[in-house]
Write a protein that binds this ligand. Structure first.
Ligand code: GCW
Length: 669
């Protein structure tokens, strides 16, 4: 049977002709754990894909004779980004890296080229775009996962770290294979007793299974820990006793976990306590942690997701989208060097489409990382196929035009747009909320792991073409048969637009049921409550007015972009309802009215989702039966659910606008 847990590391046999010259002797750089993991991975992969009998030579083996040589040439700066080269010559293949984990990445890259039946390079050099390439897992210590859709936690059960950490180790290997170097294992809504000495000893066991794969363990912590764990009367970040408590606690963590990555912090948000309780700022809170972590080279990822979830619906100036800039911009430049503000890609919350967060352009003297969500919270919860790198690429490519120069998001989060005045290196990067579970294939839908794979690839190199990313994933996961590669890549590449098409059009935000599990349509559930995910669907029209006359949110963008969004003539129509309140018969540039365009888009997108079923059936007997059936079942579900979505939305628009469909359709039979 197919081993779903292998994901893209199946190492299925390939056509060997072009790899005849690959040597069958591996010379590792040392027998340190990561180097040994690299050599053994290489051996496993080559043997499995090429049917070879590869041996690992003693690392002191003579320089003569053809070999795959692993070479470690550490750089001088501890801040240097992971980098490797691959050279092929008559004497074999040489993989040289500046860090042990980069050596692993070089090995995985070589194996990936072979798995995807690509030619081997004469010379190739690869360097990571940024230092932070992490996943966040929203796992609770009782074993449940917030917004997890593939079974219970691979890390925790019954309030403790699991006894059996085999899955956690496998996961670290998968992460390493796509260049991910950190994993924050617990929910940002953190367990309050997380930092007890007993728990820290348990976390050390987790760090041990991550270590050979170069994945640093990180933890989400609750800012009240000095009280809840330390028994103190306050958690005021400016209280010296609180600072001392954090310092001792961090020292204790590093005694147990010498390569600990750092803390992720959610504070003053959705019921979590925070520095505002003492009239202190996010910088005060982040910095007290940062100073404790700095001597150990740890970092603080302080989340920009701070907003008031008791907004007043009747206040037309109130706007949740404003919260990021309103809460953080004024502290720019006051954060310690090892603080990174972790900003969700959009200003609201992982919708099928949002504009990019203006906070990326507002923090010029502060490290920032982008938070993306592989867990498909609002995008079908791994019951719908949605390939999110299409969206992420669009986000990363968006140019905020700060100071009227080119400052695309990818250049901001990799630290190139706003260099620090003191010449110190930037520490930004990429974080994916992933939420894998105990289900064999990690994310439930056999197509969903393409999202994690794509995240890793974009975090390593945000310029890698999407077509190449999905082509590689498909070959490694489903095999190299041309009809398989063609169909799966085509479906994945269209899937985001299809999902957006039958759910939320024109940047409206969420029509998902936000009061339940964030699954399926719940058209007005976002309205008339404090959460602020409003779209203000009224008799006269629809959309949030975020212009200068409305909430003023648009003015948070640098001026060029603000001007573009402010004017109806230039506002991109896929974001129209995010920025403007317009009548239902508003004329779009293609001549259709808004409401007719919504009807048409929903019928056609639902039909396209329906077509996945018959298109997939062409692969019957071509891919393994087990995954074939699994995908078929999910595609049938998606086809039906797309009709539910489409009819719910179209009926609602018909009722509120009182404008019938020009084609006379009244929903699906
Ligand atoms: O959108 C919300 C999710 C919460 C999550 C929160 C966050 C972990 O629905 O489940 O809490 O975002 O990102 O903190």
């Amino acid at each position: 049977a197919e081993d779903g847990s292998a994901a893209w590391l199946r190492y299925a046999p390939v056509a060997t002709a072009q790899y005849r010259a690959v040597p069958t002797r591996i010379v590792p750089s040392s027998d340190a754990p990561m180097e040994r993991a690299a050599a053994e991975e290489l051996q496993r992969g080559l043997n499995s894909m090429l049917g070879a009998h590869t041996e690992i030579a003693a690392q002191s083996a003579s320089a003569r004779g053809a070999a795959v040589r692993l070479v470690l040439t550490p750089g001088t700066s501890p801040e240097a980004l992971d980098s490797y080269t691959i050279d092929t010559s008559a004497s074999g293949i040489r993989i040289a890296a500046n860090t042990p984990q980069a050596e692993l990445y070089g090995v995985f890259h070589l194996l990936e080229l072979i798995g995807a039946e690509q030619p081997l390079p004469k010379h190739e050099q690869q360097t990571a775009a940024a230092g932070i390439r992490w996943t966040d897992e929203w796992d609770n210590m009782n074993g449940t996962i917030e917004r997890g859709y593939a079974g219970p936690s691979i890390f925790f059960e019954n309030g403790h770290v699991r006894q059996d950490l085999a899955r956690a180790g496998q996961y670290a290997r998968l992460l390493a294979s796509i260049g991910i170097n950190g994993c924050n294992v617990n929910n940002v809504n953190a367990d309050l007793d997380l930092l007890t000495p007993a728990h820290i000893r348990e976390f050390a066991r987790l760090a041990e299974v991550f270590r050979p794969w170069g994945v640093r363990l990180a933890m989400s912590i609750d800012l009240t820990s000095p009280q809840t764990v330390g028994g103190m009367s306050t958690f005021d970040p400016l209280d010296p006793a609180v600072a001392a408590w954090w310092k001792d606690k961090v020292d204790e963590i590093y005694r147990a976990i010498p390569d600990f990555g750092g803390f992720t912090v959610k504070a003053d948000s959705e019921g979590r306590k925070g520095p505002s309780q003492y009239g202190r700022s996010p910088a005060d809170a982040a910095n007290v942690l940062a100073r404790a972590l700095a001597p150990h080279h740890g970092v603080v990822l302080y989340r920009g997701f701070v907003y008031n979830n008791h907004l007043d619906w009747n206040d037309h100036k109130a706007d949740r989208a404003r919260a990021g800039v309103d809460n953080f911009a004024r502290y720019d430049g006051t954060f310690e060097d090892n603080v990174i503000i972790q900003i969700k890609e959009g200003p609201i919350d992982f919708q099928a489409r949002e504009p990019v967060s203006p906070l990326f352009a507002a923090l010029r003297r502060t490290n920032v990382a982008i938070e993306l969500q592989t867990a498909q919270e609002y995008t079908g919860q791994q019951r719908h196929m949605v390939w999110l790198p299409s969206m992420w690429h669009w986000v990363l490519d968006t140019d905020l035009h700060a100071d009227d120069r080119s400052t695309p998001v990818e250049q901001i989060v990799t630290g190139h747009s706003f260099p620090l005045a003191n010449g110190k290196p930037r520490r930004g990067g990429f974080v994916s909320v992933t939420n894998v579970g105990m289900e064999a294939n990690w994310l439930h839908h056999p197509m969903a792991m393409a999202n994690l794979y794509g995240f890793g690839k974009l975090a390593w190199n945000p310029d890698q073409p999407l077509a190449q990313i999905i082509d590689r994933w498909t070959r490694l996961t489903w095999g190299n048969r041309p009809e398989v590669v063609k169909l799966i890549t085509t479906l994945q590449l269209e899937s985001w637009q299809v999902y957006e098409g039958y759910t939320g059009p024109n940047g409206i935000g969420t029509l998902t049921n936000i009061l339940g599990y964030h699954f399926g349509p719940g058209i007005e559930s976002a309205e008339r409550n404090g959460w602020g995910q409003w779209f203000r669907g009224e008799k006269d029209g629809i959309g949030m007015d975020r212009t200068a006359n409305g909430t003023g949110y648009i003015q948070q963008y640098p001026s060029q972009l603000a001007a573009k969004y402010e004017s109806l003539a230039t506002c991109p129509e896929d974001l129209l309802l995010f920025f403007h309140h317009v009548p239902y018969d508003y004329k779009l540039r293609n001549g259709k009215t808004l409401v007719q365009s919504i009807y048409d888009t929903h019928y056609s997108a639902a039909a396209q989702a329906g077509s996945y079923v018959t298109r997939w059936q062409q692969l019957h007997g071509v891919v393994d039966d087990e995954r074939y059936e699994q995908v078929l079942r999910l595609f049938r579900f998606q086809a039906g659910h797309a009709i539910v979505w489409s009819d719910a939305i179209n009926n609602w628009f018909q009722r509120i606008s009182q404008i019938p469909d020009a084609q006379g359709r009244v929903g699906h039979e």
